[in-house]
Design a protein around this ligand. Structure first.
Ligand code: BGC
Length: 429
């Protein structure tokens, strides 16, 4: 339920933004090299509505209209991703050059993410060399955009990319390696660390990463449930945050990783200017329940969170878990935790009069404010997403946008939540 109270006041200088990613909105597939996602969506049965992102939101051709929507919203920043396979194609950086100029002219800070899952086809995160190639690509982007970009994000959600793409095979590249996917996690973390160094060598400042996090709630107090939930928490939360912030893997994980892990950890733990958190929902986890989940026998089982509204993705709406997550992070990492940006938060709901999205965002902003009041140094908040878009294996069946996109005509129509967020930003100004 949306309360009539205004959203509480955030500190002066708090960064308000929205996020998107290249593969989900850009289209113009023929004008760039192919990515693992192009190959994945070509295989029948991989995307629920049989669609591809070949056109998506046609953003490459309509970016001026989309920047005007950002300006109308009044956001201070726009988080987009740079497509590595586009940069690999002739003149591929030109598009990001134009987009960056357009954003700057509109007074919107460009916040590029260098990898949001669309790996160039032919590269493989199981190969260590991919990490070095990523750093070289990051330097090329910084050389071109660095004069106008002051906030950089290396990777988006290496945990989800490892889990969904390489362990369970429901995202590109569609590998079902289960725990043999761990090198994919390590090589992404190494890629991140090498890219931080390469970006700084190119003169870049303001560098962070965007990781997905959420509280893991044990299904009961039973020790087997608690143990299973603890293991899930390691996989989702700690396996990525601990190496980045503490310079070590959680117990039992480091020995499973390839290469000279101790030397790599020194690279992975390069100090960050901010830590990006993508938050959607908590997860309730118990001991294995004797059934296969995600087509596999796993050492835990994901359970339903009862008594909560759910989004069109079936995810429970639990705003206070964002406060719990952030205060828990602060308790765990202390002074090793740099300032936090919420780099994604949002929900899938159909319809233009999207009161449920307004309620979701309103609740999460209040929860975020509570985390600030409890002493967590949060400096910004980005809604996922500006536009309805290609929602990976769900195709066009999940609408996360503040702006509705008619995929037949490419017509953009701001939803009720767009007007609501614009008014929140005006009131905060
Ligand atoms: C990803 C986005 C995705 C969103 C909603 C995040 O995990 O970074 O690309 O669209 O969640 O599923």
């Amino acid at each position: 339920m949306v309360t009539t109270n205004p959203v509480p006041r955030f500190p002066a200088g708090f960064l308000w933004g929205v996020s998107t990613s290249a593969h989900q909105i850009e289209g113009s597939a023929g004008t760039r090299e192919r990515s693992v996602w192009d190959a994945f969506t070509d295989r029948p049965g991989r995307v629920s509505d049989g669609s591809t992102a070949a056109v998506a939101c046609d953003h490459c051709r309509r970016y001026r209209e989309d920047v005007a929507l950002l300006a109308g919203l009044g956001v201070g920043a726009y988080r987009f991703s740079v497509s590595w396979p586009r940069v690999d194609s002739p003149g591929g950086l030109d598009f990001y050059d134009r987009l960056t100029d357009e954003l700057c002219a509109a007074g919107v800070r460009p916040v590029p993410t260098l990898f949001h899952w669309d790996l160039p086809l032919g590269l493989d995160w199981r190969e260590r060399d991919t990490a070095a190639r990523f750093a070289a690509y990051a330097a090329r982007v910084a050389d071109r955009l660095g004069d106008r970009v002051s906030t950089w994000i290396t990777l988006n959600e290496p945990a989800e990319h490892t889990l969904l793409g390489h362990a369970l095979g429901v995202h590109a590249p569609g590998e079902r390696l289960l725990f043999d996917a761990l090198p994919v996690a390590h090589h992404q973390l190494l890629a991140h660390g090498l890219a931080v160094r390469a970006l700084r060598a190119a003169g870049a400042t303001g560098i962070g990463i965007a990781n997905s996090h959420g509280p893991t709630w044990p299904a009961s107090d039973d020790p087997t449930d608690r143990e299973a939930a603890g293991f899930y928490d390691v996989l989702l939360n700690r396996m990525f945050a601990d190496p980045l912030l503490l310079g070590r893997y959680p117990d039992g994980i480091g020995g499973l990783m390839p290469g000279d892990v101790a030397a790599d950890l020194a690279v992975i733990a390069e100090p960050l200017d901010f830590y990006g958190v993508n938050y959607y929902a908590p997860t309730r986890v118990g001991a294995p329940a004797g059934e296969r989940q995600f087509g596999a026998e796993l050492p835990f089982s994901v359970r339903r969170i009862e008594g909560r509204p759910v989004t069109d993705s079936g995810w429970p709406v639990v705003p206070e878990a964002l406060t719990e997550l952030l205060t828990g992070f602060r308790a765990r990492y202390g002074d090793r935790l740099p300032p936090v940006l919420i780099t994604e938060n949002g929900c899938a709901y159909d319809g233009l009069d999207d009161q449920a999205r307004i309620a979701y965002l309103d609740g999460h902003l209040r929860a975020l404010h509570e985390a600030l009041a409890a002493g967590v140094d949060v400096r910004g908040y980005f809604v996922w997403s500006l536009l309805d878009n290609f929602e990976w294996a769900e195709g066009y069946t999940r609408r996360f946008g503040l702006v509705h996109v008619d995929f037949a005509t490419q017509r953009r129509t701001p939803k009720a939540s767009y007007g609501w967020f614009r008014d929140v930003l005006r009131a905060q100004a």
